[in-house]
Design a protein around this ligand. Structure first.
Ligand SMILES: NC(=O)c1ccc[n+]([C@@H]2O[C@H](COP(=O)([O-])OP(=O)(O)OC[C@H]3O[C@@H](n4cnc5c(N)ncnc54)[C@H](OP(=O)(O)O)[C@@H]3O)[C@@H](O)[C@H]2O)c1
Length: 327
């Protein structure tokens, strides 16, 4: 089979697209005929080795997959012929999804409702699962709370806004003027307020809207000033950290701990099997119950694997890119 894989960690030049043997599922695993996958920011970190994880070579890239089960090991035969998805290939020793066939342990497979398209789910799983786990598993969101989302127009940020609004939160999101209407439309009328982060008065607007009242903050940009966040947090507020700039600013720990504010680091690569399954259900619910959709900006084939990673390294990817693998 023709696959996109690495023979060593490094730059995009390490990516090769050529023939590999079709893998065989072992007991408890299936072989998924992959129709759609996607490109995730974390793929660059796995490829380069910046996020250390097991990558047995030749190592197939790609985390998310939607397809049909075409072969099954003992104990997984009941899944044959079913349309399924997964969101945790391509790291932690598991071969990836940028191939026409991928082995998936059955506990990492999720059913796909008929009305959800392959490409939409492949593009949705990573950002929506991240949003789900950030809000619920790490953020302990409760209906009626006030949530600040940094980067509300982005892939993860828009999913955070939609999910928090769906759960009855009041949401304040940073988003440029050009994106504001799209972000506000992710929640029922009046539930989502936006502040343009490029506006020189953005910090003051956030203080006015939220000063001392933010129960939960998830900043997908990693750029919101920790001193500002300390002004915004409610007593017992939670800050879920999912991104950080190259030179993180000083964190005002004294101002945070004296308000019982907690900081929770979260990276989806460390989510458990149960958490990922819960997040996949959350992703489908988000697609079914809210207007949120992943913003698909490009659809490519396996031959684009290397150039996609070059664009990713150069910061040139906006929205979600879908990898179409089988017709
Ligand atoms: N921890 C995890 O498990 C996990 C999982 C998935 C993703 N991530 C990380 O999460 C981050 C976001 O990913 P993504 O795919 O959602 O990226 P994205 O679509 O590019 O979203 C980032 C958003 O941040 C906004 N932004 C940029 N500078 C800002 C500032 N100074 N203040 C407020 N907002 C600002 C951007 O808006 P403009 O460009 O319009 O300014 C954009 O809407 C990445 O660092 C990614 O690696 C982490």
């Amino acid at each position: 089979m023709r696959a996109a894989f690495l023979r060593a960690l490094g730059g995009p030049e390490q990516i090769e697209v050529s023939e590999l043997p079709v893998p065989r599922p072992r007991p408890g695993q299936v072989l998924l005929a992959v129709r759609a996958s996607s490109l995730d920011p974390v793929d660059a970190l796995v490829r380069s080795g910046a996020f250390p994880t097991q990558t047995p070579f030749p190592f197939v890239l790609g985390r998310d997959a939607v397809g049909t089960v075409i072969d099954a090991g003992a104990g997984a035969e009941d899944l044959l012929g079913r349309r399924m998805a997964t969101s945790s290939l391509g790291h932690d020793g598991r071969q990836g999804a940028w191939a026409p066939a991928a082995v998936v342990p059955r506990e990492r497979l999720y059913p796909v409702p008929a009305e959800v398209e392959d490409a939409v789910l492949a593009a949705a799983l990573h950002p929506a699962s991240t949003a789900h786990l950030a809000l619920h598993r790490h953020g302990h969101l409760v209906a009626g709370e006030t949530v600040l989302v940094g980067g509300g127009a982005g892939n993860v940020g828009s999913a955070l806004v939609a999910e928090a609004a769906r759960c009855g939160a009041r949401v304040v999101a940073t988003a440029r003027r050009r994106d504001a209407a799209r972000v506000r439309a992710l929640g029922a009328a009046g539930t989502v307020t936006t502040v343009d982060h490029t506006d020189p008065g953005a910090a003051d607007q956030l203080r006015e809207l939220l000063g001392g009242r933010a129960d939960l903050v998830v900043d997908t940009s990693g750029r919101l000033d920790p001193e500002l966040l300390a002004d915004l947090m409610a007593v017992r507020g939670r800050i879920v950290v999912i991104a950080a700039p190259p030179n993180p600013p000083r964190i005002p720990l004294a101002r945070l701990y004296t308000r019982d504010v907690s900081l929770h680091g979260f990276v989806i690569s460390r989510a458990t099997v149960e958490e990922l399954a819960d997040a996949a259900r959350g992703t489908v619910r988000l697609l079914q119950e809210t207007p949120w959709r992943p913003r698909i900006t490009d659809t490519v084939g396996l031959d684009a694997a290397r150039s996609l990673h070059e664009r990713l390294d150069a910061g040139g990817i906006e929205g979600r890119v879908v990898m179409r693998i089988r017709a």
